[in-house]
Design a protein around this ligand. Structure first.
Ligand SMILES: Nc1ncnc2c1ncn2[C@@H]1O[C@H](COP(=O)(O)OP(=O)(O)O)[C@@H](O)[C@H]1O
Ligand SMILES: O=c1ccn([C@@H]2O[C@H](COP(=O)(O)O)[C@@H](O)[C@H]2O)c(=O)[nH]1
Length: 208
């Protein structure tokens, strides 16, 4: 199994890059794990309390579950990936049965902060977009898709998102094997990653 970790700050375009990579690859050969699925379960808290969580700090992520799921997949064991709701700020209680694939992509803002997880990645990618670009994208996306308003996004940006990005996320760029500049859509970089995957898939250098 080839495991690719794709990190980068919120709004840099990780999800978009993953979808672009998957485009044109045969269905069923590549599996996805999103770090967002592994936000800690906070069912014991009220909605009000959940809105105050610092979701950009590594401690908000259940890394031990993520790590053990990845280990299971490596052993050929399917996992039940939790489904997360950004609107409720909590897991939904549903899971997605995720089968081991020849190539697994793990994406998320904090995935390179955790040494044990980081060591499991064969290729580490960091998607870069400028801070103002990321904030603009985040504003648009969170208002249209995640039920937020202008005030919520900007307040969260100033209080937690920006400081956590500088403290935890940006420094992990140094662990990356490949940095994808993504201020504009970067089809060249996406094609390079897809070529690496195709090479591993069809030249028999990896086993399922
Ligand atoms: N290169 C790009 N240029 C312009 N908009 C982009 C680009 N990449 C992503 N976007 C848009 O920015 C928003 C955030 O992208 P997304 O892939 O969800 O980022 P992430 O997963 O890193 O938070 C989405 O609305 C997406 O369509
Ligand atoms: O309940 C939640 C959980 C997380 N967030 C924010 O999401 C981003 C990470 O997701 P991306 O898709 O990489 O942007 C993170 O910055 C958290 O602040 C949230 O708003 N609510």
């Amino acid at each position: 199994m080839l495991i690719i970790g794709i990190a980068g700050g919120t709004g840099c375009g990780k999800t978009t890059v993953v979808n672009q990579i998957l485009n044109e690859l045969p269905e069923g050969e590549v599996g996805i794990i999103s770090q967002d699925s592994y936000y800690k379960d906070t069912t014991h808290l009220s909605y009000e309390e959940r809105t105050k969580i610092n979701f950009d700090h590594p401690k908000s992520i259940d890394f031990s579950l993520l790590e053990s799921h990845l280990k299971d997949l490596k052993k050929g064991i399917p996992i039940h990936q939790p489904v997360y709701s950004f609107v409720k700020h909590n897991r939904t209680g549903d899971t997605i049965l995720t089968h081991p694939r020849k190539v697994m992509i793990v994406e998320g803002i904090l995935i390179l902060t955790h040494p044990e997880l980081r060591d499991m990645f064969d290729i580490k990618v960091f998607v870069h977009a400028d801070t103002d670009e990321r904030l603009i994208r985040r504003l648009k996306r969170d208002i249209t898709e995640r039920g937020r308003d202008l005030d919520e996004v900007l307040t969260r940006y100033q209080t937690t998102l920006k400081p956590m990005h500088n403290q935890f996320i940006e420094p992990t760029k140094e662990f990356a094997d490949i940095i994808i500049p993504n201020n504009k859509y970067n089809t060249v970089a996406v094609n390079i990653v897809r070529t690496i995957i195709n090479d591993r898939l069809y030249n028999g250098t990896i086993k399922a």
